[in-house]
Write a protein that binds this ligand. Structure first.
Ligand code: ACO
Ligand code: OAA
Length: 373
């Protein structure tokens, strides 16, 4: 059954056209350029899906090899950007670090012309993991890491820089899946931010910087971090149930549940949940995964609310020893593809986005002199 889409928040209103993805077309489905998310997550590497989203078609083996090689060559950080990152304190939020990093990149490697949009996007795709990890390791461990590693994938590059050693094959695989699941989602809040900015014919770094800001909030991408903050407090599945019942009675928002478009399930959840279970077995977890499963059962039983893409990402990332504050930046590393493709699509057939407002303020009135107010 489709969700009733009407009311506040522009819900259900068509705000433009896209050929990039369908969300909830049959209640719960998700496709990128016509391909089912399950097939993409089962069979592809993230770089293949990034290529699909950004360039329009799945790459051949040689196109993929060339694409990965060119991304690998773009991992380096300019000295001036390193200096900026070194000045950001350890207690800053990494989403703010990434927002600043992206914005600064727009100053030193700006998009001089729209015909550079593909190259500039590829550069951001390659360098965002470097920005996050360089700042994180410098501010937390006091080391200046080498960001130009030889890792085969974006996810592997990220984990290698973060942990100072090449990741296990399973962890790299899960990063591929995670980045694929997060890559694109039609007119969600952060993508819409990017498109509004693009519609003024602004540069792509401005569009992406704004989108990072929108993704940061806990009602959107920030929910994976918020979900982790919640589940790590529960020491057993029974405690999770008890606490959750209390939260529901107090009408608290439970992060990682519900969706603006999907009505019965988020197709990304089953996929990341399956990988979270495998990771739990790999690392010998017997608390966090059962706690997460119990939360899912209670929320469905009590409220018919289902896990969205963010909920089981929390445990999956935790099992890979990724600090909670870096969860949403990983979302950025992936969603950048969707944002950039939407910017390009907006530019192709542009009209400035400028809706109207229903006025609810005062009737017309005269300005009283200052001494009469
Ligand atoms: C990748 C992503 O961005 S996915 C989304 C990530 N965000 C979260 O996980 C945050 C928690 N979830 C939410 O806040 C919401 O479900 C949103 C923002 C995702 C969608 O918001 P909406 O479309 O406005 O929600 P919807 O119309 O389905 O809400 C219906 C009712 O369920 C409630 N509800 C929805 N989600 C939740 C939740 N997670 N916990 C508790 N109650 C909820 C709403 O408060 C609303 O109750 P009301 O009718 O008494 O006001
Ligand atoms: O579509 C939305 O509103 C939020 C979401 O799931 C996403 O951006 O991945």
């Amino acid at each position: 059954m489709a969700k009733v889409l009407s009311g506040a928040g522009l819900r259900g209103q068509v705000a433009g056209k896209t050929a990039l993805s369908t969300v909830g077309k049959s209640g719960s489905g998700l496709t990128y350029r016509g391909y089912d998310i399950k097939d993409l997550a089962n069979t592809c590497e993230f770089e293949e899906v990034a290529y699909l989203i950004l360039k329009g078609n799945l790459p051949t083996a040689s196109e993929l090899a060339d694409y990965k090689a060119s991304l690998k060559n773009m991992r380096g950080l300019p000295d001036s950007l390193k200096e900026v990152l070194e000045r950001i304190p350890a207690d800053a939020h990494p989403m703010d670090v990434l927002r600043t990093g992206c914005s600064f990149l727009g100053n030193i490697e700006g998009e001089a012309d729209f015909d550079q949009q593909q190259n500039v996007t590829d550069r951001m795709l390659a360098v965002f993991p470097s920005i996050i990890c360089y700042w994180y390791r410098f501010s937390h461990d006091g080391v200046r890491i080498d960001v130009e590693t030889n890792d085969d994938s974006i996810g592997g590059h990220f984990l290698h820089m973060l942990h100072g050693e090449a990741p296990k094959a399973l962890f790299e695989k899960v990063m591929h899946v995670s980045l694929i699941l997060y890559a694109e989602h039609e007119f969600n809040a952060s993508t819409f931010t990017a498109r509004v900015c693009a519609s003024t014919l602004s540069d792509i770094h401005s569009c992406i910087t704004g989108a990072i800001g929108s993704l940061r909030g806990p009602l959107h991408g920030g929910a994976n971090e918020a979900a982790m903050d919640m589940i790590e407090k529960f020491k057993s599945a029974d405690q999770a149930e008890e606490e959750l019942m209390g939260m529901l009675a107090r009408k608290d928002k439970i992060m990682g549940f519900g969706h603006a478009i999907y009505s019965e399930s988020d197709p990304r959840n089953d996929i990341i949940k399956g990988w979270s279970e495998k990771l739990a077995a790999e690392v010998g977890d017997d608390v966090l995964y059962p706690v997460s499963v119990r939360c899912e059962e209670v929320m469905w039983r009590e409220k018919k609310l289902f896990c969205n893409a963010d909920f089981f990402h929390a445990s999956a990332y935790n099992f890979m020893n990724i600090p909670t504050k870096l969860f949403t930046p990983i979302f950025v590393m992936s969603r950048l593809t969707g944002w950039a493709a939407h910017v390009m699509e907006q530019r192709e057939d542009n009209r400035i986005i400028r809706p109207s407002a229903e006025y609810t303020g005062e009737e017309y009135r005269d300005v009283p002199p200052i001494n009469a107010r």
